[in-house]
Each structure stands twice: as C-alpha cells, then as structure tokens.
Design a protein around this ligand. Structure first.
Ligand SMILES: C[S@@+](CC[C@H](N)C(=O)[O-])C[C@H]1O[C@@H](n2cnc3c(N)ncnc32)[C@H](O)[C@@H]1O
Length: 227
C-alpha cells in the first residue's frame, strides 16, 4: 500500500475526488517530495500564471493553501485570492495560516472543481496545482469547463500536474510513496482536455523536480462587423 494513502481524507458524498485529510502530514509529505524546492517551484508557478497586482484569483483544489498564498504575493493588497477545496481539514489549516498574505485577502471556500459554486466570469486568473489527478478521469473535463466558465474572456489559466519520473528508481519511489494516481497522473493528456474546454493554449513547460504546467487563456470573442 502506498504511504500516500495515509493522507486521504474522508469519502464525501459531493465528489468522488480523493480528498486530503491530515493537513500537517500533507505539508511534511509535500516538503519532502519537493526536496527543498517547494517554495521556489510554487513561486515560479505563481509568476507564470500572469497574475498582476489587483487581480481576482481562484485556486481550485487549493489544499493547505500553499499556492494560494504565493498567488496573494503576486496580486498584492488590491487583489483577492479564493482557495476552493472539498476537504474541511485542509481549509481549516489554510485559514490558520492567515487570511492575508502580502496584504492580499485570502478566503477559502468548501467546494468541488466539477461544480464550482461561483457565478460566471468572476476571475481574472484560475490556478490549479496537483488537483486534477485526484479526480476520476471522466470528471476532469467538467472541472476544466468550470474553470473556463468562472474566468472572464481574456482571463488566464495555469494548471500544474505531477510529471512522473522516467527512471526505474524514480517510478518505484513514486509507487511506494504515492501510488497509482500519481504514477498515472494523465499529465500527457492535459493539453487536449484544456483545449476541449474552450481554452486557447499559450505555453507549457516543466518545473523541477516534478511539475509540468500548461498556460491557457479564455479567448475573447471576436466582434462581428456591422452588416
Ligand atoms: C495533492 S493535493 C494539492 C493541493 C494543492 N493544490 C497543492 O498543490 O499543494 C490535491 C487536492 O485536491 C483536492 N480535491 C479532491 N477532490 C477535489 C474536487 N472534486 N474538487 C476540488 N479539489 C479536490 C484534495 O482535497 C486536495 O486538497
């Protein structure tokens, strides 16, 4: 049995997604997994999101709010960041870590990626890290369509997923630590899923040690010329 199973939260009736339970243990696991590069990796992700001072940002599947706080550092006092996750225990941890980071307002909301309880076009930027592989494959398109819906036209998306190692040792390590979902994160199919949700892909790349990111934009509809 993979060690990561000890991180799982309770089964929920509102989502088949695999939630995280013990927040502190997740933090330790994550710090260990990133081998001292976590802060740098997530600060880079936040920079690549294109968020600017004053932006409204959603972090879907925010967990303990690590990226949420990095996003707050980008948007500053005039901006606001909302983290969304179905797990009450990680949200409680994120709230304890502070409602303000770098002067930006951080709020947290219980909810699921596949049915965001938010109006259309409320966000300038949507970020999501290491969340999609927690959803069954058949639910991932719905989650990306929801991210599209809550972004205004011209709004930006960055999704980061686990990039499984190619070496035998690396694969074995991931198998022991994290198990099937991370070994088969589906990262290679992400570009197709993002495009199918209506986004225009803008770029992609890797962040050491384990992340692959994809950047996209919700296209602005072209104005029809007057007849
Ligand atoms: C590996 S953690 C990543 C957390 C955080 N984004 C990070 O990078 O540290 C995956 C998160 O997805 C959440 N999750 C599971 N099912 C979900 C769903 N249906 N909608 C949104 N988040 C979900 C889990 O509770 C967990 O906090």
């Amino acid at each position: 049995m993979a060690l990561g199973r000890f991180l799982q939260g309770e089964t929920r009736s509102d989502t088949p997604g695999v939630t995280i339970g013990p927040a502190r243990a997740y933090e330790l696991f994550s710090e260990f997994g990133f081998g001292g590069r976590r802060r740098r990796a997530f600060a880079r992700l936040a920079a690549l999101s294109g968020a600017r001072p004053g932006d409204r940002v959603l972090d879907v599947g925010c967990g303990t709010g690590y990226l949420t706080r990095r996003m707050a550092e980008r948007v500053g006092p005039g901006g606001a960041v909302t983290g969304i996750d179905p797990s009450p225990s990680v949200l409680a941890y994120a709230r304890r870590k502070g409602r303000h980071a770098a002067g930006a307002r951080c709020t947290y909301q219980e909810g699921t990626a596949e049915a965001l309880d938010l109006p259309d076009a409320v966000a300038d930027v949507v970020v999501s890290s290491l969340m999609l592989h927690h959803l069954p494959e058949e639910l991932r398109p719905a989650a990306l369509r929801e991210m599209y819906r809550v972004l205004h036209p011209g709004g930006r998306l960055i999704v980061a997923e686990f990039r499984p190692p190619t070496s035998r040792f690396g694969r074995l390590l991931i198998h022991v630590l994290a198990g099937h979902a991370m070994e088969h994160s589906g990262v290679e199919r992400l570009d197709g899923l993002i495009a199918d949700a209506g986004f225009a892909l803008q770029g992609c790349g890797d962040i050491r040690p384990w992340l692959r990111y994809l950047q996209a934009v919700r296209p602005v509809p072209r104005e029809r010329p007057n007849p």
